[in-house]
Design a protein around this ligand. Structure first.
Ligand SMILES: Nc1ncnc2c1ncn2[C@@H]1O[C@H](COP(=O)(O)OP(=O)(O)OP(=O)(O)O)[C@@H](O)[C@H]1O
Length: 256
């Protein structure tokens, strides 16, 4: 990928080479090669159980690979100290599939929590400002003092994304951001992912089954098939094929 302004090669913020991971006899990842370039949204597609979440967990060092290399923002994740890994994780926002908010806390308290824990030098005023900034970015400033139980599923997703953004990560990892949402709310979340990219200059990996989402947010798409990324490119490049596995995936997952 080229940087359009000066045609120098774009910087890789994640670089994965020949990655393998098995659970018992099940060889889930079988030589994965993948790059994430600075500023892009990369969509990772694949059938259920193909290892998409495992891949993301290896990227943030929650799981270790059996073989291969995973470089995130220049650091080999399995070769750095635990302290360095914790520091690296602060630069990688991980929005979990069921990113649960704390039900007994208000939206404000949910958002303050990661800041107070990880940015101890911030004053109360600075914390309040950051909370309002991310909440405004996801269009939910009016929910500041509400409880999660008073919000819709789509609003909770947005707050989950705001909570990930509050530490100003360079990389965002979205695991099934539109799962369980109605089509209109899915469109809103897709819009939000694109807004986050523009406004916060994040580089993102978006894991999804939702091909409408893939098409709307993906600068590039990579499809996990039998443990490797056999197809990568634009949405059209990935799906313009006679490969039956890809065609079946398209037929079952494309909504619009
Ligand atoms: N900690 C673990 N221990 C044992 N097996 C695991 C573990 N984590 C994942 N697996 C297995 O690895 C495979 C891939 O799991 P993963 O969660 O990455 O799938 P996925 O592609 O994200 O699926 P989905 O789209 O359904 O979320 C599954 O068969 C799962 O059971």
């Amino acid at each position: 990928m080229e940087n359009r302004q000066n045609s120098t090669p774009a910087e890789k913020v994640v670089e994965i080479r020949d990655l393998h991971k098995s659970f018992g006899a099940y060889h889930v990842l079988r030589g994965v090669d993948l790059d994430l370039y600075r500023g892009e949204n990369l969509v990772v597609l694949g059938k259920s159980g193909t290892g998409k979440s495992v891949l993301i967990k290896i990227i943030v060092g929650l799981l270790t690979a059996d073989r291969g290399s995973v470089k995130v923002l220049g650091s080999e994740v399995d070769q750095i100290s635990y302290k360095e890994l914790l520091a690296l994780r602060l630069k990688v926002g991980f929005s979990f599939q069921n990113s649960a908010l704390y039900d007994s806390m208000t939206v404000r308290q949910n958002l303050e929590f990661p800041l107070v824990r990880n940015r101890r030098k911030l004053t109360r005023g600075e914390v309040a400002m950051q909370v309002e900034r991310v909440l405004d970015a996801v269009g939910l400033l009016q929910t500041l003092d509400q409880m999660p139980s008073e919000l819709s599923g789509g609003q909770r997703k947005r707050i989950g994304i705001a909570r990930t953004l509050i530490l100003q990560p360079e990389i965002m990892l979205y695991d099934e951001p539109t799962a369980g949402l109605d089509p209109i709310t899915c469109l809103e979340i897709n819009g939000l992912i694109n807004e986050v990219q523009e406004r916060f200059h994040t580089s993102s990996i978006v894991i999804t089954h939702d091909l409408t989402c893939a098409k709307a947010v993906g600068d590039r798409v990579a499809m996990l098939l039998d443990g490797t990324f056999q197809r990568q490119g634009t949405f059209e490049e990935v799906f313009n094929t006679n490969d039956e596995r890809v065609k079946t995936f398209y037929d079952y997952n494309f909504i619009q």
